[in-house]
Write a new protein. Sequence first.
Length: 98
Amino acid sequence: KLWELDGLQQGPILLGDVEASEPWWRKVVPILQERIQRYSATEIRFNLLAVCRNKREHCLSEMGRLRQRSNMLRAALLSHGIDPPEDDGMDIGESEEA
């Protein structure tokens, strides 16, 4: 969901839904352009704050999911008597600090 948080309003304003596969900014760009045009004669200052998931944590989670899937596929190949390709040796350090 795409929300507008404006301290001068009574509460959050829902601007629309955003699909998980769609970048949020594609929805917000036309809204921002319209607002900038509407207020450009009287206002030159605009602020934008995006609150989104931690990309590092998301990538580490996705790597773990892919590693798990890879292990399942390797086990399936082995169960059919097929030697899977060598492990790429990629470590997923979920406890590492950035």
